[in-house]
Design a protein around this ligand. Structure first.
Ligand code: MG
Length: 384
């Protein structure tokens, strides 16, 4: 498998390279793209010798390693994702930056390992339509969706009743509402189970991530929202479940290690050997499950509502969330203000039915402006 990784210096990108390192006979790295981390990108280039590389936010950058073709800026990501020699693109840029290269890769007939859930949330209908037209199976990298995909192997679509997405519940699972209001970025960044990038770690703490994953599941598995449930499962051993017509439930279990779903997305329908230990049923803690608390974690409900409203609402949700999370991480707005910013950005939006790519990008840009001005207002209030 000859691969290009969009977002190679991020958490998923680095772990994708670990999978590639473990299987040099099966994976050849053709392209690497990062946003800002030039030093790590150079290290990766020196180790994996890709044919091409791109540092998207530095137009003047070129690799010091000889023989590597350099692509520049956002158009460079598209060039890298559509290189003739690439079979599969690992779409792992966080946020909405990876959207256009993803569409370009689908249109170019590449296999896609999809780790960028924002692309499906902001433009699910469009991505799915493009994938269908190109005969492209979107291989999920998100652990929950990988679990569902694994449970669906060999099953008939008409026998699927629904799915349950599990959620660890994040670092604030047991916090009272009053304590949550005072939550700081450093507390929110301490995820109890998964080691991930900062945006998704905050989203996991608010449960927004699970809301985004519900929308992602809706598009990936063509399921109505009424058939997608969420269960809090603090041990994160069961990664998700599928419910079948005969009352059977199938679950996928594994250690909470993103290299597993990454590896499956690359190896499917095969499975590659791994040195990592499997789940030992006799050693693990009892597995527990709870209803999510929508009162303490209102962003989960807000995300699910935006998903059901559809059209440009999920686009706006995604954009406002990115802005709000950045403002929270910079210490500009409080924990509870993230919900206010996202909810009010959604309130101010006038939906565009069945949006085109241009309309989606316009809705995204407008939502960012609205959310940014809301963040400024709330940060001033905090100072006063
Ligand atoms: Mg996930």
């Amino acid at each position: 498998m000859r691969i290009a990784i969009l977002g190679s210096t991020g958490s998923i990108g680095r772990q994708s390279l670990e999978v590639a390192r473990a299987h040099p006979d099966k994976v050849k790295v053709i392209g690497l793209a990062a946003r800002t981390n030039a030093a790590l990108l150079e290290d990766q280039i020196a180790e994996f010798h890709p044919a091409a590389a791109c540092l998207s936010n530095q137009p003047g950058w070129s690799s010091s390693v000889e023989g590597v073709e350099t692509f520049h800026g956002a158009p460079g990501l598209v060039e890298l994702a559509t290189l003739h020699a690439v079979d599969l693109v690992v779409a792992a840029t966080s946020g909405s930056e990876g959207f256009q290269p993803l569409i370009a890769a689908i249109r170019a007939g590449k296999k896609i390992a999809l780790a960028n859930k924002e692309a499906l949330v902001m433009a699910g209908q469009l991505v799915v339509r493009e994938a269908k037209a190109a005969g492209c199976l979107l291989r999920p990298v998100d652990s929950e969706h990988s679990a569902i995909w694994q449970c669906l192997q060999g099953e008939r679509r008409q026998n699927v009743e629904g799915v349950t997405l599990t959620a660890s519940g994040g670092p604030f699972r047991t916090w009272a509402a009053g304590e949550l209001a005072e939550a700081t970025p450093s507390q929110a960044l301490k995820h109890p189970v998964w080691s991930m990038g900062s945006k998704i770690t905050i989203d996991s703490a608010t449960l927004m991530n699970k809301g985004l994953e519900v929308i992602e599941a809706h598009w990936l598995f063509d399921l109505p929202f009424s058939r997608i449930r969420v269960a809090i499962h603090p041990q994160s051993v069961i990664h998700s479940l599928v419910h079948f017509a005969d009352g059977s439930l199938k679950a996928q279990l594994g250690t909470p290690d993103m290299r597993l779903p990454i590896s499956y997305a690359l190896s499917w329908p095969d499975r590659w050997h791994t040195e990592q230990p499997a789940v030992d049923l006799l050693q693990i803690q009892p597995l527990t499950f709870f209803e999510p608390d929508f009162e303490r974690f209102p962003l989960l409900r807000l995300a699910m509502t935006a998903g059901e409203l559809g059209h440009t609402y999920p686009t706006v949700l995604c954009a406002a969330d990115e802005v709000a999370v950045s403002a929270f991480l910079r210490g500009e707005i409080s924990w509870t203000r993230m919900h206010a910013v996202i909810e009010q950005t959604l309130d101010q939006h006038t939906q565009i039915v069945d949006p085109s790519l241009e309309e989606i990008l316009a809705a995204d840009a407008e939502a960012r402006n609205v959310a940014q001005s809301l963040c400024r207002r709330y940060s001033r209030q905090a100072v006063l």
